[in-house]
Design a protein around this ligand. Structure first.
Ligand SMILES: [Zn+2]
Length: 273
């Protein structure tokens, strides 16, 4: 089965705050040993091969008070080495450029394929009207937006911003904008995430950070909504990707649905094949 990992971070000690590196050293000593000083596309491609992953969405991040900063330029340059690496930009809320101007730069000039936004790390409500011009632009450019939803353990995070229900306003106002809820609102907003899925055809769930064995418990309608779940690992926040995939295969989810989650849905959202 071909695998697309829709949630993958690159960065070194230079990018991540010390408490993030400390967390990685607990959950992923392999990352600390091999990638925390220097991370190259060549080595990441080798790592992805070792995990059976064909393509990965590589995420930018602007969250200096929480996790750190991985710039759009760094990610876009990183991904320029291979078509298997798909760059996602982000918005720097301290920039003098508006979110909409930044989106245009990221998509039209850097050629990135989507956006990742982190409300609880960058301190904003996703339904802030100040962002609506950017959402409109993203809809027009057919750019998917991945939002961090749910809890986080990192120092500096503000959980109040990451309730999936804030995206109800956005999904309803921009029905053609594809919105992906990273982590499906874990761990106390699964109900809200399920409702969002039912209510809005343009809402998707990235299953990273949800224990595979609990997936069907939290999302019992996964087969009905098989077109709207997407696999993501959140590496290096976990040790290895392969065991995650194996556990996923073992959940009782049908083969057809797994094929969609692991490959087809993500590719469709990115207009790739
Ligand atoms: Zn992540």
């Amino acid at each position: 089965m071909k695998i697309l990992d829709f949630h993958f971070h690159v960065g070194t000690k230079e990018h991540w705050n010390p408490w993030v590196i400390e967390f990685f050293s607990k959950v992923n000593p392999f990352y600390i040993k091999n990638f925390s000083e220097e991370i190259t596309p060549e080595d990441i491609l080798k790592y992805l091969d070792s995990q059976g992953v064909r393509k990965a969405v590589i995420l930018s991040e602007y969250a200096p008070r929480t996790t750190g900063v991985v710039t759009n330029e760094f990610v876009s340059n990183f991904c320029s080495k291979s078509e298997r690496l798909i760059p996602f930009g982000s918005i720097d809320f301290s920039s003098r450029y508006t979110p909409s101007q930044q989106l245009e730069y990221v998509i039209l000039e850097l050629g990135m394929k989507g956006l990742k936004l982190l409300p609880s790390y960058s301190y904003f409500y996703p339904n802030d009207p100040a962002l609506f011009t950017m959402y409109e632009k993203a809809q027009e450019l057919k750019i998917p937006i991945l939002f961090h939803t749910g809890t986080s353990i990192f120092k500096g995070s503000r959980i109040k911003y990451s309730n999936p229900l804030f995206l109800d306003d956005v999904a309803d106002t921009f029905p053609e904008l594809n919105i992906i809820l990273a982590h499906g609102g874990r761990s106390f907003w699964y109900k809200e995430a399920n409702w969002m899925l039912l209510r809005h055809k343009n809402v998707y769930i990235d299953i990273s950070g949800i224990p595979q064995r609990q997936l069907l418990t939290h999302f019992p309608k996964i087969e009905t909504f098989s077109d709207r779940f997407i696999f993501g690992s959140d590496w290096p926040g976990i040790s290895d990707i392969k065991p995650m995939i194996e556990k996923l295969m073992d959940t009782g989810i049908s083969k057809d649905t797994l094929k969609k989650i692991l490959w087809e849905n993500g590719n469709r959202l990115l207009s790739l094949s």
